[in-house]
Design a protein around this ligand. Structure first.
Ligand SMILES: [Zn+2]
Length: 212
């Protein structure tokens, strides 16, 4: 993906995610990896109203090269790219159901969402929930980078979700699937649940570490 395609792709992805009700206010950010850096949505921007020329260009080592000031969560994106050399795009959202799950006490921080559907296992795999740290904090980026070495998707406690994809389309559909899994988990909390059988979980679950 060249820079022009990346900019237009982020605008289109932002509109789609907004139309799905997944980015309230100015929350969430989207980035695409380029040869020498990252294109990322600007700070305090509505994902449904991005303009290609406004998107921030940040070098691999974090220098703001052009466009509006980058999201303060761009450091988290860069940490995830460093950890996953095959990742080409990252979406981070404050979508309601993922945020709700990230606020639950007693969550398994290594495996926060149960294996309820085959599609979740195939597309997302295991989802950890990282300890709370303020948005933009260096320790949050460090924790996300460490988790990204073996996970494509993750929750950030009391904050939201992150998904790294091998393309922008993969990142968008992956975070949609993560949000859907969070919604199902919450909807089923008061019911006895029959998850996917363990032998099938192992068969279906996307490898912890593959191309992305
Ligand atoms: Zn955030």
């Amino acid at each position: 993906m060249n820079e022009y395609e990346a900019r237009q792709g982020i605008v289109d992805a932002g509109r789609l995610l907004h139309s799905l009700g997944l980015c309230p206010g100015t929350s969430g950010n989207i980035s695409v990896r380029l040869a020498g850096g990252v294109v990322v949505s600007p700070t305090n921007s509505r994902l449904g109203r991005l303009e290609p020329a406004d998107l921030a260009l940040v070098s691999t080592d974090g220098v703001h090269i052009g466009g509006e000031p980058p999201s303060k969560e761009a450091t988290l994106h860069r940490a995830v790219y460093r950890a996953r050399p095959g990742a080409q795009a990252i979406v981070h959202l404050h979508a309601t159901d993922s945020v709700a799950v990230s606020c639950l006490s007693g969550l398994d921080e290594h495996d926060a969402l149960p294996p309820l559907t085959a599609y979740f296992l195939m597309r997302v795999g295991t989802v950890p929930c990282l300890p709370f740290a303020p948005p933009g904090a260096a320790e949050l980026a460090v924790a996300a980078g460490a988790a990204a070495e073996s996970h494509r998707g993750m929750l950030l406690a009391n904050h939201g979700s992150v998904f790294a994809g091998d393309s922008l389309a993969d990142a968008v559909t992956g975070i949609e699937e993560l949000e859907e899994a969070a919604r199902l988990f919450l909807r089923l909390r008061d019911y006895p649940v029959r998850p996917v059988p363990p032998d099938q979980v192992e068969r279906l679950r996307r490898p912890a570490r593959d191309a992305t």
